[in-house]
Design a protein around this ligand. Structure first.
Ligand code: ATP
Ligand code: MG
Length: 351
């Protein structure tokens, strides 16, 4: 075999379709989440007959398919019935009641929003929505700055299912009692995928996205292993794409384990948005405390922090931990009762 047989020709690519590697891509089928999908579908069933469904509180770690399963289900609802209006809102992007109200208007095609306050918008929204049934999902609900609209929807929207989604299992316990007692949601946890499911999901994407036969088996296995370790399917999609980019830069016709190793190294660079040295003194102190006391609840960590003469309020401490979570410096562990457990992130040092 000539050396040129192993090399990509000009204009040749290992990828035949990039779209299946997008984080927002919604595949046609929902493998490995049948139970969760059924549970959500069951909660919505009464809406078809013009009755109220069951509200749901969904939680789970990042990248375990929460958004994907809901978007998929909402798409199906759109194909199957006109009786239900599905509304999906990402509260990271729409983080106030007013913005959420405007987004609902957009999704239901109500255009007379100019110069209108939230209450006025809500009145029009309710008039339209109350003609049929509604399922509304507030994804990343912990990012909202206020929850007034949630109260209004609980109170005034007929025939509805409200789905709240977050990474934080205990978010619901801090919710205003007035809302909680109106919502009374069923709780659904999305647990991380096991090794086989992780492989199955990535295999499907690989087959859609790449020219057949370009992946060497051990390279793909490494992608699966890292993804499973980190419990986040997005990691796998990133590594699939990045490994093939490395291979293409090296004009290789195969994606080898070396290419994947390089992709993994890049991944840790990319995701290490900050290393601990770039944080302020307070954060550094908190990181050190978590490192030495990994697996404790936030309250326990705060007690240790104050014993070490940390002078920030619990609220500030809590916020700083959120920031560390967002930067992957620490991780959420299994919850203990209603409390969040924080663990020191080994993610980055493992690479
Ligand atoms: N069962 C599955 N089959 C196919 N693809 C999946 C599956 N589960 C997750 N994915 C893919 O993994 C990626 C992440 O999933 P998703 O966006 O639903 O995560 P999430 O649980 O909402 O995470 P976050 O809490 O960070 O928002 C998406 O690209 C999604 O298509
Ligand atoms: Mg999501």
């Amino acid at each position: 075999m000539s050396i040129y047989d192993k090399m990509l020709n000009d204009g040749e690519s290992l990828v035949r379709d990039e779209i299946p590697l997008d984080y927002d891509y919604v595949p046609e089928k929902v493998p490995f989440r049948e139970t969760e999908q059924e549970e959500i579908a069951h909660a919505l069933r009464p809406l078809i007959n013009g009755r109220s469904g069951k509200n749901l509180f969904i939680h789970g770690l990042p990248g375990v398919g929460k958004t994907f399963v809901i978007k998929h289900l909402f798409r199906e609802i759109g194909f199957e019935t006109n009786n239900i209006q599905p509304l999906y809102i990402n509260c990271w992007k729409k983080d106030t009641s007013h913005r959420i109200a405007l987004e609902i208007c957009k999704q239901i095609g109500y255009k007379w929003t100019h110069n209108k306050g939230t209450d006025e918008l809500l009145k029009s929204i309710l008039e339209i929505l109350n003609k049929r049934s509604t399922v509304i999902c507030l994804d990343e609900v912990d990012k909202t700055k206020d929850l007034d609209i949630l109260y209004n929807l609980c109170e005034d929207l007929n025939n509805k299912t409200i789905i709240l989604v977050t990474n934080y299992a205990d978010w619901i316990s801090d919710l205003d009692d007035r809302i909680k007692s109106r919502l009374i949601p069923g709780v659904l946890e999305f647990k991380p995928y096991n090794a086989d499911s992780t492989k199955g999901i990535l295999e499907e994407r690989k087959n859609f996205a790449f020219v057949p036969g370009v992946w060497e088996e051990n390279a793909f296995d490494l992608v699966v292993e890292k993804t499973w370790q980190l419990k986040d399917i997005r990691t796998g999609l990133f590594l699939l794409k990045e490994s093939s980019d490395v291979a293409e830069i090296n004009v290789s016709r195969k994606i080898t384990i070396d290419h994947t190793r390089k992709a993994i190294a890049k991944f840790s660079d990319n995701f290490k948005i900050k290393d601990s040295g770039e944080f302020g003194e307070d954060e550094q102190q908190i990181i050190e405390i978590i490192k030495a006391n990994s697996g404790k609840t936030i309250k326990e960590l705060y007690k240790i922090y104050t014993e070490k003469e940390g002078d920030k309020s619990y609220r500030t401490f809590y916020r700083k931990i959120d920031e560390l979570l967002e930067n992957h410096m620490v991780e959420l562990g299994e919850k203990e009762g209603k409390s969040r457990i924080i663990i020191y992130s080994k993610k980055l040092s493992e690479f």
